[in-house]
Unconditional design. Structure first.
Length: 290
C-alpha cells in the first residue's frame, strides 16, 4: 500500500455496502478478528467465513491488494501499530513489549532509585516532624487514599494501627465525608495524592480543616489545589507522570515519605511497639492453634 492510504480495516468497511455472499462473510471475519486474521492462513480465514480460499483472494484484490499475503501483511502492520500505541500510552516507552525480563527489572529499579534520590532533597523534615508530633498526640488520625495512591496510604494506616495509634483509613467519597465530620481540634486528616488534583480528596481536606483538624497532603505536586489547601504539604519530589512506568517510579518516594512518618511517630511512642500488639516486636508469636 502507498503511504497515507487508508488502513486495511478502513478499506473493508468502505467496501461492505457492495459486498455480498462469500465476500461479505470474509469481510465480516476480518472486521470481527483483525488480529487473528493477521496471524492466520488463507485456509483458516476461508473456513471461518465458510467459503473457499479463492473467495478470500477475490476480496483481497477487490480491496486493491496483490493477494491475501499482502492483505494479511497490511493487517499485521495495522494491528502492530495499535498495540504499540496502546502500550506506549499505558506502560510508556522506557520498556518495550519485547524487552527481556532483566531489562524490565533494570528499568523499574533505576526509575525508583531516581525517585528516591529526588525525594531525599524534596522532603521537608521539619514539616514531617510537625506531622509526626500531631499524629502521636491526636485523638483521631484519618488517612485517605484512592486507587494507586491507596497503596502507600494503607501501608501507613496499617503500621500506625499496629503500634496503637487511633487511626482510620478511607477510600471513597461517602466514607471520607463521614470521616471528615468526625474530626475535631487536635485531630489529623492526611491524604496521599500523587497529582494533587482529586476533587473528592480536596473536599475531604476542606471539610477536615473546617472542623479544625490538621490537614496533611503527601503529594508530588505541592503547587496543586490539594497541596495548597492542606495545612502541611509533604513534597515527595515525583509528580504523577503520564504512564504507568512513571507512576510506578514514584511509588518509592510515596512509600518513603509514608515510612518516614511512621518511624517518626513510633519514636514518639516507643512503648507502643510492644504494648499494643501481641505479635509485635519483643512479643511471643501467638498462633490460633496454640
Amino acid at each position: 500500500m502507498k503511504a497515507g492510504s487508508p488502513s486495511p480495516v478502513a478499506l473493508v468497511k468502505r467496501a461492505l455496502p457492495e459486498l455480498s455472499g462469500s465476500l461479505r462473510r470474509v469481510a465480516d471475519q476480518i472486521l470481527a478478528n483483525p488480529d487473528e486474521v493477521s496471524r492466520g492462513s488463507i485456509t483458516k480465514l476461508a473456513e471461518a467465513a465458510q467459503t473457499s480460499a479463492s473467495a478470500v483472494t477475490r476480496l483481497s484484490t477487490h480491496l486493491g491488494y496483490a493477494g491475501y499475503p499482502a492483505l494479511r501483511a497490511a493487517l499485521a502492520m495495522e494491528v502492530g501499530r495499535g498495540l504499540e500505541a496502546g502500550w506506549t500510552s499505558d506502560i510508556g516507552s522506557a520498556i518495550g513489549p519485547a524487552d527481556p525480563p532483566e531489562q524490565v527489572l533494570n528499568v523499574l529499579a533505576s526509575t525508583q532509585a531516581n525517585a528516591l534520590r529526588t525525594a531525599l532533597s524534596a522532603i521537608d523534615l521539619d514539616a514531617a516532624t510537625r506531622v509526626a508530633d500531631a499524629i502521636a498526640a491526636a485523638r483521631r488520625t484519618h488517612i485517605y487514599g484512592e486507587w494507586g495512591d491507596a497503596i502507600p496510604a494503607r501501608e501507613l494506616y496499617i503500621r500506625l494501627l499496629r503500634i496503637g495509634i487511633p487511626v482510620w483509613f478511607f477510600d471513597g467519597p461517602q466514607s471520607s465525608e463521614i470521616g471528615a465530620g468526625l474530626l475535631g481540634e487536635g485531630d489529623v486528616a492526611l491524604v496521599v495524592t500523587r497529582s494533587g488534583h482529586d476533587n473528592t480528596m480536596l473536599e475531604y481536606v476542606k471539610r477536615s480543616k473546617a472542623r479544625s483538624a490538621l490537614t496533611v497532603a503527601i503529594t508530588g505536586v505541592p503547587a496543586s489545589p490539594l497541596g495548597r489547601a492542606a495545612d502541611v504539604t509533604l513534597d515527595t519530589g515525583t509528580p504523577v507522570g503520564g504512564t504507568w512506568t512513571e507512576f510506578f517510579a514514584g511509588r518509592a518516594s510515596d512509600t518513603l515519605t509514608a515510612g518516614l512518618l511512621f518511624v517518626l511517630v513510633a519514636q514518639r511512642v516507643p512503648d507502643h511497639l510492644t504494648a499494643n500488639a501481641p505479635n509485635g516486636p519483643g512479643q511471643p508469636v501467638v498462633r490460633p492453634d496454640s
